[in-house]
Design a protein around this ligand. Structure first.
Ligand SMILES: N[C@@H](CCC(=O)N[C@@H](CS)C(=O)NCC(=O)O)C(=O)O
Length: 235
C-alpha cells in the first residue's frame, strides 16, 4: 500500500541481502508496502508464479498485481514508478546515472562473485584466489570513493542507488566476517569504505531492516545442519 490506490507487496526472506536492498529503497522513498516472508524451502505459489525465470527467487516486488524481479531492477523501478515520492535514487543526469549503474554492476559481478569464491571455492587455492580478488575489488571501490568517481553517501546527503546496492550487503558481509574472517571493509586498507559503512548503517531506514549479525550467523550455521535443526532455529 503505497498510497493513492497503489498496492505494493514485497515477497522476501529476512536474511537475504537482496531483499534488504529493496526494503531500504522503499523506506528511503517513504513508500509503505506489505511484506510477505517466504520459506525458500517451500515457496508460495505466488512467488513461483511471479519469478518463474529463476524458479522463485526473492526479492519480488508486486506493484498493483505486476511482479518486478531482481533487486537491481526493482530499485530502478521504484525510482521511476515513484519519482514523485521521496528522493531520487539515481542521479538525474545521464552520465551520473551511467556511472552509478556501472559501479553497482561491479559490486554484484566482481565483489560479490569474488567473495562467493572465497567462501565456496572447491579447493583451498580457489578460496585463496577469491579472497585476493575480493581484496582487489574493495580497493578498487575505495579508489572510487577517494577520487569521487561516483557519488556515495557522505552523511550530509541522502543515499542513492549505489549506496543501497553495496550497503544492502553489509549485514551479510559482517556475518561472513564473523564466521570465517573474510573482512567486510578493513579500516586500514579501505578506511573510506569502512567509514561510509558506519554512516550508512546508522540511518533509520537501514537500521530498521538490516538483519542483526548474530541472527544471520545463527541462521547460516543452522543452514549447515540437517533440515530439522534449521526449522527449529528459524521459527
Ligand atoms: N541477483 C538476484 C539474487 C536473488 C537471490 O539470490 N535470492 C536468493 C535469496 S538471497 C533466493 O531467492 N534463493 C532461493 C533460490 O535460489 O531458490 C537479486 O539481486 O535479486
Amino acid at each position: 500500500m503505497a498510497g493513492r490506490g497503489e498496492e505494493l507487496k514485497l515477497l522476501g526472506m529476512w536474511a537475504s541481502p537482496f531483499v534488504v536492498r529493496v526494503q531500504i529503497a522503499l523506506r528511503l522513498k517513504g513508500l509503505s508496502y506489505e511484506y510477505v516472508e517466504e520459506d525458500l524451502q517451500s515457496k508460495s505459489e505466488l512467488l513461483l508464479r511471479s519469478n518463474p525465470a529463476h524458479a522463485g527467487k526473492v526479492p519480488v516486488l508486486i506493484h498493483n498485481g505486476k511482479p518486478v524481479c531482481e533487486s537491481s531492477v526493482i530499485l530502478r523501478y521504484i525510482d521511476e514508478a515513484f519519482s514523485g515520492s521521496g528522493p531520487s535514487l539515481l542521479p538525474a543526469d545521464p552520465y551520473g546515472r551511467a556511472v552509478a549503474l556501472f559501479w553497482a554492476v561491479f559490486v554484484d559481478d566482481t565483489l560479490l562473485k569474488a567473495r562467493s569464491q572465497a567462501l565456496r571455492g572447491e579447493t583451498v587455492e580457489e578460496k585463496e584466489e577469491g579472497r585476493k580478488k575480493a581484496a582487489v575489488a574493495m580497493e578498487t571501490l575505495e579508489g572510487v570513493l577517494m577520487e569521487s568517481k561516483a557519488r556515495f553517501f557522505s552523511g550530509r546527503d541522502v543515499p542513492g542507488y549505489l549506496d543501497i546496492m553495496l550497503g544492502g550487503l553489509l549485514g551479510s558481509m559482517r556475518a561472513t566476517e564473523e564466521m570465517c574472517g573474510l573482512q567486510t571493509f578493513d579500516p586500514t586498507t579501505t578506511p573510506l569504505l569502512a567509514a561510509w559503512a558506519e554512516l550508512f548503517c546508522a540511518l533509520d531506514a537501514v537500521e530498521l531492516v538490516m538483519p542483526r549479525v548474530e541472527r544471520l550467523v545463527e541462521y547460516a550455521e543452522a543452514m549447515q545442519q540437517p533440515r530439522t535443526a534449521v526449522s527449529s532455529t528459524t521459527n
